[in-house]
Design a protein around this ligand. Structure first.
Ligand code: GDP
Length: 528
């Protein structure tokens, strides 16, 4: 392996920002881009953001697709590092998409609204990070407002998320009296000044967190903060890199994204603390990022990003090697060859033509259905990466066309939307009406809308009696077939023909397990 490959891998940082809607994720994303020099003008991320409050207004969501509903990717350089930032959709109905995005990152940045503390969506996303031992950095935002006491917030994060919290900075005052943060590691104070215009790191710095000047200037706010950091120093554990890297400890930073305050510390922490890409598990073996041969995994597919081109882009996380435009690649699942000539990278949200990429980078490969979610792509080696989750849907609908002559278009559209992961499509073992499975109601609305506008099919989406789905497997193929035949009225096959049993009540599952002891029931299916 070449030293050059290794040094390219080492300077990569690939992370996702996670938060509850309104905590300030968009604002922080924009400020990170601004501070890294990737964009010049504030407001360009914001301007493209969907109106979150119109969650039932799927027309609006549709309009903004590709930016907000779906996760987008941004690349920037900061210090010596190449940072890949993956945005995650905020609406909980799209959490499946978010979960998959989280399989493509090496770290996560959690944004918390200091007034609201830990909110439901943060909690859910954090569970996924914890399950994968993803290292997490915490940014407590909106210190310029009337917020919770920092000690209470720290306690809440620890309790709710089950993680040790290690403050790297500590706020002095809040709202009108927000004076800045004490940087506990650099032993200095960064003085707050409001305003969105500063692009550079020109905060006023006062040396020494015990500098008597601080008490004079910030009075009670400083006295209180000084008392708190004594408490914290006694009670909180010291920062332990290993604990952080396994997702058991999170460094915590305070700031105000809208005022550009505390943003640079987060960027520095990403570069200094977040890990470079590591080895990834394939069924066959462990793959090192600096191995010379290219490999990658598709974690997201998005159809028709640009309606004018009806294109379909597979988002691929590079797992190893060096990607070059025009190289000959293989889709391991199908054995099909792929020679991507037009590959896009995502430099601060402009889609640009990409020439090369290394482990940790995200590339977009336009294709016409050759690539599916979970696909592994290599230079020829038979590798299948694991860990891309599909969750058993919790809501089901039957879908039929209003005009029977459009049945073919319906199937084509649903196949594509299914492969994209927008919805799960099931073909019943008995009967011909296709079933849709989702984790949130909004998914059905978006699918109906997209079927009509992208595939010209007006679909009738109707309730069905199912509420629970489990994928079924068995070491004994005959026994599995016997199960399927016996339960044909409630077995359906998903996009990759994996059999699934559909039930009305969770209680039925228990009885079924008792009756079929050799069959395994799964709420999660990994990889294609
Ligand atoms: P997202 O839903 O997490 O992406 O949140 P946004 O970035 O859109 O922010 C939600 C709202 O909070 C917007 O009105 C922002 O202007 C505001 N906001 C973001 N950061 C701050 C901050 O540091 N202080 C204050 N006061 N408001 C903020």
């Amino acid at each position: 392996m070449s030293a050059d490959l290794l040094s390219q891998v080492r300077r990569r940082r690939t992370f996702a920002i996670i938060s509850h809607p309104d905590a300030g994720k968009t604002t922080l994303t924009e400020k990170l881009l601004l501070f890294s020099g990737a964009i010049q003008i504030a407001g360009s991320v914001k301007a493209r953001k969907a109106s979150r409050h119109a969650t039932s207004d799927w027309m609006e969501i549709e309009k903004q697709r590709g930016i907000s509903v779906a996760s987008s990717v941004m690349q920037m350089e900061y210090r010596d590092c190449v940072i890949n930032l993956l945005d995650t959709p905020g609406h909980q109905d799209f959490s499946e998409d978010t979960y998959r995005v989280l399989t493509a990152v090496d770290a996560a940045l959690m944004v918390i609204d200091a007034a609201n503390g830990v909110e439901p969506q943060t909690r859910r996303l954090l569970q996924v990070c914890r399950a994968r031992n993803t290292p997490i950095l915490t940014f407590v935002n909106k210190m310029d407002r009337e917020v919770q006491e920092p000690l209470a917030l720290m306690d809440e994060i620890e309790r709710e998320l089950g993680m040790g919290v290690v403050p790297f900075t500590w706020p002095v005052g809040m709202a009108k009296h927000f004076g800045g943060v004490l940087d506990l590691r650099r032993d200095q104070m960064r003085v707050f000044s409001p305003g969105e215009d500063r692009h550079h790191d020109d905060d006023e710095i006062i040396d020494g967190v015990h500098n008597p000047v601080l008490a004079e200037r910030f009075g009670m706010s400083y006295e209180q903060a000084a008392g708190e950091i004594e408490l914290v120093r006694e009670a909180a554990p010291a920062f332990d890199e290993e604990e952080f890297l396994t997702g058991h400890q999170t460094p915590m930073f305070f700031g105000s994204a809208i005022n550009n305050f505390g943003v640079k510390e987060v960027l520095d922490a990403l570069v200094e603390l977040a890990p470079a890409p590591g080895s990834r598990h394939a069924i066959q073996r462990e793959v090192k990022p600096e191995e010379p041969k290219f490999s990658g995994v598709v974690f997201k597919i998005q159809a028709n990003m640009d309606p004018a081109h009806r294109d379909r882009i597979a988002f691929l996380r590079v797992a190893s090697g060096h990607f070059e435009r025009g190289m000959r690649l293989k889709v391991v699942r199908s054995g099909k060859e792929l020679r991507p000539n037009s590959v896009v990278s995502f430099l601060s949200q402009r889609r640009e033509l990409l020439d090369e990429a290394f482990a940790g980078d995200i590339i977009g490969i336009p294709n016409h259905g050759v690539l599916q979610l979970g696909d592994t792509i290599t230079e020829g080696e038979a590798l299948q990466y694991t860990g891309l989750p599909f969750f058993a849907p919790e809501m089901f609908r039957a879908v039929e066309v209003a005009d029977p002559l459009k049945t073919k278009q319906l199937r084509a559209g649903l196949t594509q939307l299914g492969e994209e992961g927008a919805i799960q499509v099931f073909r019943p073992a008995a009967g011909s009406v296709l079933l849709l499975g989702a984790v949130g109601q909004l998914q059905f609305e978006v699918v109906a809308h997209r079927l009509e506008h992208e595939y010209g099919v007006r679909a009738r989406i109707q309730p069905v009696r199912y509420n629970v789905a489990r994928w079924v497997t068995c070491d004994d193929a005959k026994e599995l077939q016997r199960f399927i035949d016996h339960n044909a009225h409630r077995v359906a096959f998903d996009a990759v023909d994996a059999p699934c049993v559909l039930l009305e009540y969770a209680g039925e599952l228990r009885a079924m397990q008792d009756n079929w002891p050799k069959i395994k029931f799964h709420a999660l299916r990994e990889h294609a």
